[in-house]
Ligand binder design. Structure first.
Ligand SMILES: Nc1ncnc2c1ncn2[C@@H]1O[C@H](COP(=O)(O)OP(=O)(O)O)[C@@H](O)[C@H]1O
Ligand SMILES: [Mg+2]
Length: 321
């Protein structure tokens, strides 16, 4: 359940990196403002280099912003009392190679001061949550990328954090690994965790998040629930069967029809009279009508539209997966 309480508030955040190669600076984050409420899963999506990791690092207090603020639980991330309520999965989780999953989690539980008895229970709980019970004694260096990522997530959960920050949780995973990670995020969400994640991979994010912020060149170019971002459906799609080329050209000549892709006839959001008349035209062409749908644009479409608008219609397709 998402509550009204703001867990994370980012206001006017900017970060300029200066280096020998860029003496005038690289504006990695540019006037970014967003907030995440308790119980919410918020995803920052954007192509590589748009400033997602930099934003998360600032939120975690790992680097300082050039200007602006990020407050967590109404406080400062520099405070230990705030930090201990946060879990973090970094982009390239570095874990001690010689450890097994079991040893690793026991080690971190020790760092957080859990007594030995509780530590054993906690390690068991975490291993079963991330599906690593059977492989608990496999050394980290012998684990697959998916197993490593799940152990890294388990490590981020050792302190039972209220806020989880996940940097590209599914990157580098195969489809099965991505599916497992998405299921895990769902489970954590069900357990009431507030989650801020970032991803350049759109498909899975679509399923898990309550809200999405689209980040491009350091700026938030669009934000909202998927339904809000996608807007109202703009087309009606009618699936047909048995539509021969000659019939298709007659249906295609109907003024309300926008186009025909294989068996799918696309028409605009016209009146119901127009819809009936297109359905009649399909039947008269000797074809059968299957399904009539009003599809919403996918996150991918929304994403491309948002950054195209921002970039002033430049060709940005290459930057988008
Ligand atoms: N330590 C750094 N020094 C200089 N430039 C950096 C540094 N870290 C990130 N950048 C630059 O900032 C921009 C945003 O990077 P990053 O936040 O890693 O993007 P994302 O996570 O969205 O891929 C990129 O242009 C990147 O090259
Ligand atoms: Mg990144």
């Amino acid at each position: 359940m998402v509550s009204d309480e703001i867990v994370l508030q980012i206001e006017g955040l900017s970060k300029i990196f200066r280096s020998l190669f860029a003496p005038t600076g690289v504006k990695a984050v540019d006037s970014l403002s967003l907030s995440v409420r308790r119980g919410e899963t918020y995803s920052i999506v954007g192509p590589n280099g748009s400033g997602k990791t930099t934003t998360l690092k600032i939120v975690l207090g790992l680097i300082f912003p050039t200007s602006g603020t990020a407050s967590i639980f109404g406080g400062n991330v520099a405070d230990v009392s705030v930090r201990e309520r946060i879990g973090f999965l970094p982009e390239d989780a570095y874990l001690y190679d010689v450890f097994t999953g079991e040893e690793l989690l026991d080690f971190y539980a020790g760092l957080f001061g859990y007594p030995a008895r509780r530590r054993k229970e906690l390690v068991d709980e975490l291993l079963s949550l991330v599906g690593m019970q059977a492989n608990r004694r496999v050394p980290f260096r012998e684990c697959s990328k998916g197993m490593r990522q799940r152990l890294a997530l388990a490590q981020a959960l050792v302190n039972d954090p209220e806020l989880l920050i996940l940097d590209e949780p599914t990157s580098g995973l195969d489809p099965a690994g991505r599916h497992q990670m998405t299921e895990l995020i769902f489970e954590l969400k069900r357990r009431g965790k507030t989650i801020l994640l970032c991803s350049h991979f759109l498909a899975e994010v679509e399923e898990v998040c309550d809200r999405v912020g689209i980040m491009y060149r350091g700026r938030l170019v669009a934000e909202g629930t998927l339904a809000e971002l996608a807007g109202a459906p703009t087309e009606i799609v009618i699936t047909t069967s048995g539509l021969a080329p000659e019939g298709a050209s007659r249906v295609g000549a109907h003024s309300a029809v926008l186009g025909i892709d294989g068996d799918a006839v696309r028409m605009g959001q016209e009146s119901s009279d127009e819809l009936w008349s297109v359905l009649d035209a399909i039947r008269e062409a000797g074809a059968r009508v299957g399904e009539v749908r009003r599809p919403r644009p996918s996150l991918q479409d929304v994403f491309v539209r948002a950054i195209r608008q921002d970039a002033g219609e430049q060709d940005v397709a290459e930057e988008v997966h």
